[in-house]
Design a binder for this molecule. Structure first.
Ligand code: G3I
Length: 377
């Protein structure tokens, strides 16, 4: 009897907690409603989200966002792992999820020097391909991937991170095999593959003057050659104090002047100490780094939580002021636990860059974005 009563009480408590949570969730406003008159609000998703394995995150994405970008599954390494072998299943699920939820679907990314297998640049004898053979391979990849989702994926990051921080193109395998016009060729093929899809150039640190100017030249060049480019995506892998409001505005104005859309494509705000000098280290192995570089293992102190909220408010305020140019803002992940920043530049840290916390709850930064959006209407 005692056992029965205890079981009933426990069940009641569980049901009550569930009901309270449902009620609380129902009262959480939706970012896509708050920002409806300004721009699309998107998020990067992984396969667990679109397949429903991570159902709490799926629910957040469906309620909050009206655009999605695949965090990894459309990259060459995953979608085209071997010559003549494509792995479309996860990308198919991603596109179907976006369609089911009537979202603006972004393809990420066709041409990049990272997350691409070594064979892609080599012939059967392991020699680097010449220009013509490499262009044929590039065209085949673009046509196969874009062709499969023709009319279903709304916009594509055609070329990702081609510029280095000082301005010129990276000395990548693309430049080595095709030459510097690989960017133009990619845009040319992409437009042929799906003439109705929007086409973007996507990169980080575009708020820095030298790289911004190089990107302006790149976009102008594409336009001068009569090629289609609809927009430039600036990856917002930013921090509490970087970049400045002025740098963000200068970036937006530079591309507004060229008549292309501006998107903040990979927004997250890092609150952890810079660790780039330890790139690749694992915090669980290098214990001496723990205290200094991984300071918030047990939770984010209130004052840092507030700084993060203020920073998100500041960024959205600038973007909202330029809503005629800014067409989309995409968060690089849904909640803190799955952010790539837990494992970059060093592995095993506890990071807090997103709008939802490790318990799937909206953070003060979320409230700050909603409030900023509502205040701007
Ligand atoms: O899929 C393998 C899995 O089989 C293996 O067991 C596991 C072991 O580490 O690795 C898995 O691959 C990981 C992959 O994400 C999928 O989860 C890679 O190690 C990991 O390096 C990779 O990281 C991705 C990173 O791009 C790679 O460059 C991040 O998730 C992704 O958020 C990040 O996204 C990029 C954008 O595409 C472009 N801009 C920069 C941004 C951040 O780096």
């Amino acid at each position: 009897m005692k056992l029965l009563i205890t079981t009933c009480v426990v069940c009641l408590i569980i049901v009550l907690i569930g009901a309270i949570r449902c009620f609380a969730d129902a009262n959480v406003p939706a970012l896509k409603d708050a920002l409806a008159k300004a721009f699309l609000i998107g998020v990067a998703v992984n396969d667990d989200v679109v397949s429903g394995n991570d159902s709490q995150t799926t629910a957040i994405v469906e309620k909050q966002f009206n655009s999605i970008t695949p965090e990894n599954v459309m990259k060459w390494q995953f979608i085209h792992p071997e010559p003549n072998k494509y792995n479309f299943e996860p990308a198919d699920r991603f596109v179907a999820f976006g369609e089911k939820n009537k979202m603006f679907i972004v393809g990420h990314t066709l041409i990049w020097q990272n997350q691409i297998p070594g064979w892609a640049f080599r012939d059967d004898s392991n020699n680097l391909l010449g220009r013509d053979a490499m262009l044929a391979r590039m065209k085949d990849h673009i046509f196969t991937v874009m062709g499969r989702y023709k009319g279903r994926v709304n916009g594509w990051d055609v070329v990702n991170e081609a510029l280095n921080d000082a301005g010129p193109l990276h000395k990548s395998k693309w430049v080595e095999t095709v030459g510097p016009d690989f960017v133009q060729k990619a845009f040319e093929y992409a437009h042929e593959a799906d003439p109705n899809a929007e086409l973007y150039y996507n990169d980080f640190s575009l708020d820095k003057p030298a790289k911004r100017e190089a990107c302006v030249r790149l976009v102008k060049d594409l336009k001068d050659k009569g090629l289609r480019i609809d927009g430039v995506g600036i990856q917002g892998h930013w921090a509490l104090s970087y970049p400045s409001r002025k740098d963000i505005e200068q970036f937006i104005n530079a591309f507004a002047a060229l008549g292309v859309k501006v998107m903040v494509t990979e927004l997250d705000i890092d609150v952890l100490p810079s660790a780039t000098q330890y790139m690749g280290a694992d915090i669980n192995v290098r214990f001496e780094l723990q205290e200094r570089l991984n300071p918030y293992v047990n939770g984010l102190p209130d004052e840092v939580q507030k700084k993060l909220a203020d920073r998100y408010a500041e960024i959205f305020a600038v973007l909202l002021e330029h809503k005629d140019t800014v067409s989309r803002v995409t968060l690089w992940g849904v909640y803190d636990k799955t952010s790539w920043l837990n494992n970059w530049p060093i592995r095993g840290r506890t990071s807090y860059p997103l709008l939802f916390d490790r318990n799937y709850q909206p953070k003060p930064a979320f409230d700050a974005v909603v409030k900023t959006a509502q205040g701007s209407e």
